[in-house]
Design a protein around this ligand. Structure first.
Ligand SMILES: Cc1cc2nc3c(=O)[nH]c(=O)nc-3n(C[C@H](O)[C@H](O)[C@H](O)COP(=O)(O)O)c2cc1C
Length: 282
């Protein structure tokens, strides 16, 4: 096998373990970078290299955006005291006194579904932005925000940085919104810690379900996933063992996420928080 072929086989193995894998991936540098993704939760104590935020935002702004409305914003928190304050606010919502990856990362990015500019422009032009009251408008902003953030994440990884998305910040969505002064018609969707990964504390790539579960051809296959779960549990188990994590089946993780209101932390109240920010979600 050539070096290139070995690298590609290793990337597929990291992603799928011993499960079936595609043998016809069309490889290039972008696809390699995408398959090499892993969340980073351990960072070196150094600031972001000059230009990295601007590179990430240029990539984020290059994502598709619904009707070219560009309804998202990102707040880069690099002030150590402010970052610590947000970190402590979040830590109070989970059974721990600190969230090390927020404290360690030189930057915490707060991604915001932001319809506030659209609302202001519409009002300045003499109309009421009634469409913004509908669930679809909210969803549009949230989808655009996620696409932008993922582009930023890939750009960060391509320049040697690491990121982890942080849905946990929604546990204190109201407090975080107050801390950063979010206007009406904007909603804080998730955070992202970014920094230079610490090579001495690297995690492995997390395996994913085989493609047969995710890719349906022409019609939705309702039962197909069942036969693939056994192989996925084996890959999931191996990953957890290698990472020194306590044993747990993936199906139990799925069940917990679907049944435990404690898992929701402050997020059970999200509809009210969103409503307070002017979204009626009709
Ligand atoms: C929207 C979103 C929110 C997430 N929130 C958190 C979080 O709050 N804390 C955390 O440690 N990881 C968080 N993650 C990271 C996931 O746990 C991670 O992507 C997943 O386990 C797969 O691992 P990988 O990214 O290393 O492939 C989040 C990921 C996404 C997409």
């Amino acid at each position: 096998m050539t070096d290139r072929a070995e690298r590609h086989a290793a990337l597929l193995h990291q992603r799928y373990g011993d499960q079936p894998k595609p043998d016809n991936v069309i490889w290039n540098a972008v696809v390699e970078a995408q398959l090499a993704h892993k969340s980073v939760r351990t960072f070196l104590p150094e600031p972001l290299p000059d230009g990295s935020l601007e590179t990430m935002v240029a990539a984020a702004q290059s994502a598709s955006t619904s009707s070219a409305l560009q309804q998202w914003s990102v707040i880069a928190v690099t002030d150590a005291n402010l970052k610590q304050h947000i970190s402590k606010t979040i830590a109070r919502t989970v059974p721990t006194d600190r969230i090390p990856w927020i404290e360690e990362a030189p930057a915490l990015l707060l991604w915001v579904a932001d319809l506030s500019r659209s609302a202001a422009i519409t009002r300045e032009r003499g109309d009421e932005p009634v469409v913004l009251e509908y669930l679809d408008a909210f969803l549009m902003g949230a989808v655009d925000t996620a696409l932008a953030a993922q582009n930023a994440a890939l750009a960060a990884e391509s320049i040697g940085l690491g990121v982890v998305f942080l849905g946990v910040l929604r546990n204190a969505a109201k407090e975080v919104a107050e801390i950063i002064g979010l206007p009406d018609h904007s909603f804080f969707t998730f955070g992202m810690a970014v920094g230079r990964p610490d090579p001495s504390r690297q995690s492995a790539s997390r395996p994913r379900l085989p493609q047969s579960v995710m890719l349906h051809h022409d019609r939705y296959d309702r039962e197909g996933f069942r036969s693939a779960l056994h192989g996925y549990e084996a890959a999931y188990k191996r990953f957890r063992e290698e990472q020194g994590m306590r044993p747990k089946a993936w199906k139990d993780a799925v069940r917990e996420s679907g049944t435990s209101l404690a898992y929701m932390s402050g997020r059970a109240n999200l509809r009210n928080v969103i409503a307070e920010h002017g979204f009626k979600l009709r």
